[in-house]
Design a protein around this ligand. Structure first.
Ligand code: MUC
Ligand code: MG
Length: 372
């Protein structure tokens, strides 16, 4: 008899960050994640996670809305259904509910974890097997202070924890941002790749000036300089400059990727399981991007270990990650809710072994950080 889904729990968990993380749309001092636990009739449990940045500052789903969506709308559609019918369950969810990809990503992850545990196989094996087991990871310098960022970068370079850095800009005047970025690039030199993420903060003409200045400063990549819906501007900028553009907010799912690529976009895309609606959906984006000659990058919404590991399993199956990944979310948090934290070393992270995600919840830590 096939195992059926017996319970679904969505838990809000608040963990403080190690320092304020300053982005163009919010400064984070705490990260809130929604941890999903799906139990089946054989007593197995699958784990998933949905996270975003700064409540509703980043996108239309907040942690609280993800929990409400799962509790009120998804759970009645999934309870008593066969747990291993992941594709059928996703069709069922998508026919009855629109959007809400963050919540869907947590559910898809938990179902994949459950399937991996049932088959006693790691998640990447369900996706065809890992090509890479050590995956490059950059660090985001976003303390809000140039010298603090330089000190942080030098320490991480010396420890060989990271050799690539992403800077969050867009909240200050353009030339203030350019001075900040150029000072950091000059301090780390050629030993590090420095990229920036504007998080949609510029209009097209500001972006054109910004691209020229950043190119001159030796920056390697500019992420989402203009508003997500302004595809035409992103395409024009990508054709105007040698400095490559990374599309982030502009591309959530495979259809977005197809639309942007067919409009003539050249550059790279930040894959995120949260934007796409799960690890399987994010790999569909990767397939469309690859077919269009667009570079791949493993992106994060600053998930904790569960969401980060889910993405790592997906990225591990890709032959080339042209720009590496930013799966450092757990390192930004003061504590973790899993038994064995990820092993970040040698400018990257090792994919956990073990069935499913390969991650076990620490129940005491979960009890400590869950929202009352
Ligand atoms: C984003 O916009 O890419 C990823 C790293 C980071 O610091 O923020 C994120 C989200
Ligand atoms: Mg981004």
């Amino acid at each position: 008899m096939a195992a059926i889904i017996q319970s679904i729990e969505a838990i809000l968990v608040d963990i403080p960050t190690i320092r304020p993380h300053k982005l163009s749309m919010a400064t984070m001092g705490v990260q809130t994640m929604v941890i999903v636990r799906i139990k089946d009739s054989d007593g197995l449990e699958g784990l998933g996670e949905a996270t975003t940045i700064g409540g509703l500052a980043y996108g239309p789903e907040s942690p609280e809305s993800v929990k409400l969506t799962i509790d009120t709308y998804f759970t009645p559609l999934l309870l008593n259904q066969p747990a291993e019918a992941i594709n059928t369950l996703k069709v069922r969810l998508n026919r009855a509910t629109r959007g809400n990809n963050l919540a869907k990503s947590a559910i898809e992850t938990a179902l994949l974890d459950l399937m991996g545990k049932r088959l006693n196989q790691p998640l990447h094996q369900l996706l065809g097997g890992a090509v890479h087991r050590h995956i490059p990871v950059l660090w985001t310098l976003a303390s809000g202070d140039t010298q603090t960022d330089i000190d942080e970068a030098r320490r991480l370079l010396a420890d060989q924890r990271h050799c690539d850095f992403k800077l969050k800009i867009g909240s200050r005047a353009l030339m203030d941002d350019v001075r900040h970025v150029a000072a950091i690039k000059a301090a780390v030199g050629d030993s590090a790749s420095v990229r920036v993420d504007v998080n949609q903060a510029w209009d097209e003409s500001t972006a054109a000036r910004g691209m020229a200045e950043l190119q001159a400063a030796g920056i390697d990549l500019v992420e989402q300089p203009t508003p997500m819906k302004e595809h035409a501007a992103l395409v024009r900028l990508s054709q105007q400059f040698h400095l490559p553009i990374l599309a982030d907010e502009a591309v959530a799912d495979a259809t977005d990727m197809f639309t942007l690529a067919s409009a003539g976009f050249a550059g790279a895309v930040a894959l995120k399981i949260a934007k796409a609606g799960g690890p399987l959906q994010a790999l569909k984006v990767a397939n469309v991007a690859s077919a269009a000659g667009i570079g791949l990058y493993g992106g994060t919404l600053l998930e904790g270990t569960i969401g980060t590991v889910a993405a790592l399993h997906a990225w591990s199956t890709l032959d080339t990650l042209h720009w590496g990944t930013e799966m450092f979310g757990p390192l930004l948090l003061k504590d973790d809710i899993v038994e064995t934290p990820l092993n970040f070393h040698n400018n990257g992270v090792t994919l956990p072994a073990g069935p499913g995600l390969g991650v076990t919840l620490n129940e005491d830590k979960l009890a400590e950080y869950r929202r009352q």
